[in-house]
Design a protein around this ligand. Sequence first.
Ligand code: AMP
Length: 397
Amino acid sequence: MNKILSVNAGSSSLKFQLLSMPSERVIVEGIVERIGNADAIYTVKLNGNKERTTLSIKNHSEAVQLVLNDLIKRQIVASLDEIKGVGHRVVHGGEKFKESTIITPEVIKQIEEVSFLAPLHNPGAITGIKAFQEALPNVVHVAVFDTAFHQTMEPEAYMYAVPYEWYEKYGVRKYGFHGTSHQYVSMKAAELMGKPYEESKIITVHLGNGASLAAIKNGKCIDTSMGMTPLEGIPMGTRSGTIDPAIIEFICTKENKTVQQVLEDLNKRSGYLGISGLSNDSRDLEDAAAEGHYRSNLALDIQYKRIADYIGSYYVYLGGADAIVFTAGIGENNARCREVVCDRISALGVKIDYDLNNRVRGVVTELSTPDSKIRVFLIPTNEELMIARDTMRLAKL
Ligand code: AMP
């Protein structure tokens, strides 16, 4: 039995899970938030109990020390030697990283080199990696990239029809995100169907606060809805998804704003929040829509239409589909969303069991009826487990 830490570090947060491998059991999980503040919050979940502490945490190194000391204090590990590997989620791997990789000084340099593509995300991950390397210098550290799974796309899918030099000089292309999630749920769907992953056609719908779809053929991603940044694709909690790019200059002129300000509007004040004017949370919108709030209903309809559009186009691009998978916060919990989307793609012969769909949340379930032409699954995503698996594999444990 090996204990593996799965880590997701942001600019001011550090999320972790300690897993027992190969049984894949989560021993403990937690998060340190508001790192850099006198009132940082440490939340730990153990044996179904959640504990919250507010304390001062200056930086990621202190956060890492806090977590590791807590594991010892609670006797979850007798000594840090029990932790055999650490897997780190890294948002952007650019074109350099097509798969998970053991972290070396050269790899850190390469992650830094592609950080201009994810300036809000990659620096936090690098800080997290360095802090854990300092605390656990003798174990294997592995980087798992959100973009890696999408690196199998063909140029026709990832290139934008813009001046080619933009790609050559600056790497302007579609990269896609949530790759670890798309890969995990598609593998699971193939397993549930009893079909070899290498001979399957699967459309994955990752719907959380951030949301994206992927078309996966024979175990390889051939298209995905997010782009060079996570702004492209379907509308999300606060992001617009794809819009006519000319709108940016138009609003800059009309509202005397800079491009950065308009991009902030598109990232933080659009999507569910922008259209409804109420909330970025799907639960609030569903409740308001049920009470007749027009703009909440519209925000949901815009998104559901766009999800159906992508599924239709991926169905064609894949040359058919064996399965459609719903996952992440909304995909796993919002029955109405799944129902409306499946109704909107009924032309593909998709049929789900409405009662069953209404009853389930957050558990692996086949939602389609036996006569559905495409099987529909709810599969909770598990990026932490994928990170732990890759860490085990690369560390040869
Ligand atoms: P994520 O980013 O995957 O954590 O997903 C966040 C989204 O999931 C939010 O829009 C939430 O409204 C939605 N969500 C989470 N739990 C539920 C639930 N029990 N019912 C409906 N939506 C939920």
